[in-house]
Design a protein around this ligand. Structure first.
Ligand SMILES: [Zn+2]
Length: 309
């Protein structure tokens, strides 16, 4: 997914350019520089290290939402230390299991950081995941790198003077997606539920599906208002308007693709039928999205015991 997204997301938005991110030196050879964007007092975004990383430098300790990729973790954590002056990260959230977002688990888990995630994310990080559509196998993380505080529905944390709400978005991008909402800063960290410039992908190998993505974007709309700044899994900050556009696209395409599947269409048939044509200008090449949605719809029907064809 990273490869595809990095390829598709070539043009930064005007909003991102206006945020005037301060670039910092990258440690790894040829790695892109990390950028730091302030979100509120003591709250900032680190981009460019795999998935987006949000850092809260609170009086109670440093709290992070996601940790970048394993290859960029050292760079991400160097920036965290430079900006906070702290060697220690108190709490880390994992928005889901994908490695672009859980790359700091090994270092931080071994150092005693509390790692909060949905229970399904812990389960995926504790086993081998054979991801066919990425043609890659992900081995289990060591026990100390796995989430050590898990939950099932939603919870709230009072930390460093902030109320941090976090909750489950069932079977959407994966089956362990969560949002993390900084209430007084009005910043919502959405993980890969929110996609920028590319269709959001259901990872059917870990139970993601298009209907869950449509439901998840609706849930996030209910949490937000016009002033909310939304941090996507990868890419620049988004508004509620963008979230609404993504929801409407997903809700419509869930219906269209389900109808085509009910006609007995294969993935190739479905791609040839161009069901996404009026959305492609905004969301790009739909082929992987259609293929993953096809698998996800079939898998979902199998789970529910429903015959589609
Ligand atoms: Zn992901």
């Amino acid at each position: 997914m990273m490869d595809r997204r990095a390829f598709l997301r070539v043009v930064p938005s005007a909003a991102a350019a206006c945020a005037l991110p301060r670039f910092v030196r990258a440690g790894a050879a040829h790695a892109p520089a990390l950028s730091v964007t302030p979100l509120a007092e003591r709250l900032f975004l680190i981009a460019g290290g795999g998935g987006n990383v949000v850092v809260f430098d609170s009086p109670e300790g440093v709290l992070m939402v996601d940790g970048g990729s394993p290859e960029r973790s050292a760079d991400v954590l160097r920036v965290v230390k430079e900006r906070t002056g702290s060697d220690r990260v108190h709490t880390l959230f994992n928005t889901h299991w994908h490695w672009e977002h859980t790359g700091s688990n090994q270092v931080l888990g071994a150092a005693g950081t509390r790692i909060i995630a949905h229970e399904n994310t812990r389960l995926w990080l504790g086993t081998t995941v054979r991801c066919k559509w990425r043609q890659r196998e992900f081995p289990p993380l060591p026990r100390e790198a796995q989430p050590n505080q898990t939950f099932y529905t939603r919870e709230s944390l009072s930390f460093g003077g902030e109320q941090i709400d976090y909750g489950y978005l069932p079977q959407a991008h994966t089956d362990g997606d969560i949002y993390v909402y900084f209430r007084s800063a009005n910043v919502l960290v959405a993980g890969d539920i929110v996609s920028v410039g590319a269709y959001p992908l259901p990872d059917y190998t870990t139970n993601g599906w298009i209907g869950g993505l449509a439901d998840a974007t609706r849930t996030l709309m209910e949490l937000t208002d016009d002033q909310t700044r939304i941090v996507p899994g990868i890419g620049p900050l988004q508004s509620r308007t963008a979230l609404q556009a993504e929801h409407e696209m997903l809700a419509e395409l869930k219906i269209r693709l389900s109808k085509l599947l009910a006609q007995g269409m294969s993935i190739a048939d479905m791609i040839a039928a161009t069901p996404t044509v009026d959305f492609d200008a905004q969301w790009g090449n739909p082929e992987l999205f259609i293929a993953n949605s096809w698998h996800g719809l079939v898998h979902r029907a199998w789970q529910l015991g429903v015959s589609i064809v």
